[in-house]
Ligand binder design. Structure first.
Ligand code: 3HC
Length: 309
């Protein structure tokens, strides 16, 4: 009975647009859903450093190298804000990191695709960071205070990443025939995974109803996917690259760009660990974690010494 009245008060606060803070009462399902989602988001930021980090030593100029370095460092920072945000819900960081390293936690499907040429770096900034911004601008308004505030900051930085990527795409799209070919090839490969990144269709999304009821999500997977397509089609035409979908067509009745069927079999295979780079990504993360052990040990020992002093 007590929980019933607490639940009603909790839902009334959300209805009134108040933020829920770490020490406030919350239903166990809300806590669990947030830990799942925030830790998955944190893992995505960290694993997302790998496909791009791969190009730091091969960036075509010093300016490009500096931009890419800063972007990859920003992603590490996002991972840290998000792990801190998950910790406010009472979970230990090492526990969620272990879930990633031992394969029980998911991270974004998108980072299981390879970065074959420099044009992939521009295309990821434009499409992948662009898709992330659409999703995270919504999450910046979510009902859980620490996650909402983390996303406000993340979106500011992701906007810079998107501009940087779009500028690379624009430069290559008006470059030599080889550069044009490279950029078109990268867009052909990243377009469809960027759309499935928003998650399964609403009818197949088991978590959406609960997350929307508690205003963690304010829009559904399909609504966000459509918003991303609507924003991106004109951007593609400005730089003169083609989006690889013969069914892409403006629908004057709905005001949306209709698009072709997505490959959900591929998406589910990727999130089950069978994408082109899943094993490579996890191997790299496990090695990095092992190599970072001495830093964690030293930081832990320093903190313990300060507490004792
Ligand atoms: N990749 C991997 N798994 C995915 C996925 C994706 N693109 N989309 C959905 N899933 C998983 C869900 O996690 C869920 O699995 P689980 O129940 O075992 O955890 C299952 O598929 C069913 O999907 P649902 O639609 O029911 O799941 P959600 O309601 O949680 O929606 C989501 C999925 C849209 C990814 C949502 O969790 C979300 O918005 N998460 C926070 C944002 C995030 O993680 N973004 C990652 C982007 S990467 C990034 O921002 C890095 C930047 O540098 C580009």
């Amino acid at each position: 009975m007590e929980d019933e009245s607490k639940l009603r008060a909790f839902e009334a606060r959300i209805e009134a647009g108040e933020k829920i803070e770490p020490k406030d009462w919350m239903p166990e399902r809300y806590r669990k859903q947030l830990i799942r989602m925030i830790s998955q988001h944190a893992h995505s930021e960290i694993v997302g450093m790998l496909p791009e980090g791969n190009w730091i030593t091969r960036a075509p100029s010093l300016r490009r190298k500096m931009g890419l370095l800063a972007k990859v460092q920003d992603e590490a920072g996002h991972g840290l804000y998000l792990y801190c945000s998950a910790e406010t819900l009472g979970v230990d960081r090492s526990e969620v990191v272990d879930q990633l390293l031992y394969g029980t936690a998911k991270y974004s499907s998108i980072f299981n695709y390879p970065t074959l040429t420099w044009a992939d770096i521009g295309t990821i900034g434009w499409l992948v960071d662009g898709a992330a911004i659409v999703n995270q601008t919504m999450l910046a308004k979510c009902s859980y205070g620490p996650y909402s505030r983390a996303n406000i900051r993340i979106c500011k930085e992701e906007n810079f990443h998107k501009k940087q990527g779009y500028e690379i795409v624009a430069t290559m799209a008006k470059g030599t025939p080889e550069q044009k070919r490279m950029v078109q090839d990268a867009v052909n490969r990243w377009w469809w995974p960027s759309l499935t990144m928003f998650g399964p269709p609403d009818k197949d999304s088991p978590n959406s109803a609960e997350l929307m009821k508690w205003q963690v999500k304010l829009q559904s997977n399909d609504e966000l996917r459509q918003r991303f397509v609507n924003l991106t089609v004109p951007q593609a035409s400005v730089v003169g690259v083609a989006l690889p979908d013969p069914d892409l067509k403006y629908n004057s009745k709905t005001g949306n760009w209709d698009f072709g069927a997505l490959n959900w079999d591929e998406f589910f295979a990727v999130i089950k660990g069978n994408g082109p780079c899943n094993r490579q990504r996890m191997r790299a993360r496990r090695i990095a974690h092992e190599n970072g052990k001495w830093v964690r040990d030293a930081a832990g020992a320093y903190a313990a010494k300060k507490r004792a002093a």
